[in-house]
Design a protein. Sequence first.
Length: 97
Amino acid sequence: MKNTLKTMTIAIVASVTLTSCYSYTSAVGKGAQGTAKVSKWNHYILEGLVPVSVSDSKKMADGAENYTINTKQTFLNGLISAVTFGIYTPTTTTITK
């Protein structure tokens, strides 16, 4: 019983402390020239394997020539993913113009 509890505790602590948030940034043109931001959630199921609704960065940029795209899993996105056991896994895309 003690070994099982110890193993479970180590597994839980490792899974919480050894994970990181997904983040991807790319610059279009010269990158962001200002501070105007537009954000939208992307919706995936099955640990992100199946996209349900993904944002279109060109539409979000609204014709801008220079902007930065940042797609990440925020704390709230990760919390929702954890509560649903990875069945629903959202991310957030932010466009900075």
